[in-house]
Design a protein around this ligand. Structure first.
Ligand SMILES: C[S@@+](CC[C@H](N)C(=O)[O-])C[C@H]1O[C@@H](n2cnc3c(N)ncnc32)[C@H](O)[C@@H]1O
Length: 251
């Protein structure tokens, strides 16, 4: 990808009117922190999905500790790493409600509450970061911020696994709208269909990068070379659209 094209996408993202990142993460934290909410219930005791198993199976020779699971929820991905003998393991999640579930699953892991835009770790520490289903839980500008933060806490040549949802799901479309027509990536999520109640406040904020090419450009700009990228295989019943990628930190 020519440098000019990369900068075009990044400067467009930076110039789009955007929802404030702080406010977006506050909404998302509230959504995930209520342990009785459907979001928290779904992720507190879950089995790992096929794409993350494939990552550990196919990249076993380059996955090294210390490993951080960013947005670790109930610790199901940490458990996959634990069973492969990777140590030490760390987990961080914006919702403190998940910490005890993750620790129950992997007692030797160091799990804490924290926000991916301001990670509670030193520079150049992790040799592997797993960020599955979490980088789309911010705004378009926030995506650049959280990738910069992941880059900061990784060693050079560290491995980053990302899985993001890149388009709104069909069943979600009635409850989702773009923050601003000029902003191609930031979306607001509502509790009820907008046709029923157009004046609701949003309950979550997301970014949808639309396609693999955009994600590739954003990752390159953020200092990551793509080793592999594809459509994430997920439980077909859930019919979610996701892109996975395995990258290496190059600067
Ligand atoms: C869709 S779940 C994915 C959970 C798990 N990584 C997986 O692969 O199934 C998203 C997780 O990210 C967490 N999360 C959301 N926003 C976050 C943020 N700003 N910083 C850290 N974690 C966040 C949520 O609390 C939730 O546990």
């Amino acid at each position: 990808m020519p440098a000019q094209d990369q900068n075009d996408l990044i400067s467009r993202i930076e110039s789009w009117p955007d929802f404030p990142i702080e406010e977006a993460h506050k909404l998302n934290r509230n959504r995930w922190s209520d342990i009785n909410s459907p979001n928290a219930q779904k992720f507190s005791h879950r089995e790992p999905e096929e794409d993350i198993i494939n990552f550990f199976d196919n990249f076993g020779s380059v996955i090294q500790a210390p490993l951080l699971d960013l947005g670790c929820a109930g610790g199901h991905n940490l458990e996959v790493a634990y069973k492969r003998g990777i140590f030490p393991l760390y987990g961080v999640d914006i919702s403190s409600a998940f910490v005890s579930d993750a620790l129950a699953r992997v007692p030797s892991a160091e799990v804490r509450a924290g926000d991916m835009k301001n990670l509670p770790y030193e520079d150049n520490y992790f040799r592997t970061i797993v960020a599955r289903g979490v980088f789309h839980l911010t705004t378009a500008n926030g995506l650049l911020v959280v990738l910069g933060e992941a880059n900061r806490v990784m060693t050079s040549s560290g491995i980053l696994y990302v899985m993001v949802r890149h388009l709104p799901d069909e069943d979600e479309k009635p409850r989702v709208r773009k923050f601003d027509e000029g902003n191609k990536f930031t979306y607001l999520v509502y509790e009820n269909p907008l046709s029923e109640n157009p004046n609701q406040n949003p309950i979550m904020v997301r970014n949808y990068v639309q396609n693999q090419e955009n994600l590739r450009e954003i990752l390159l700009y953020s200092g990551f070379k793509i080793l592999e990228m594809g459509n994430a295989k997920q439980n077909p019943e859930r019919n979610r659209k996701g892109i996975y990628t395995v990258c290496e930190k190059i600067f």
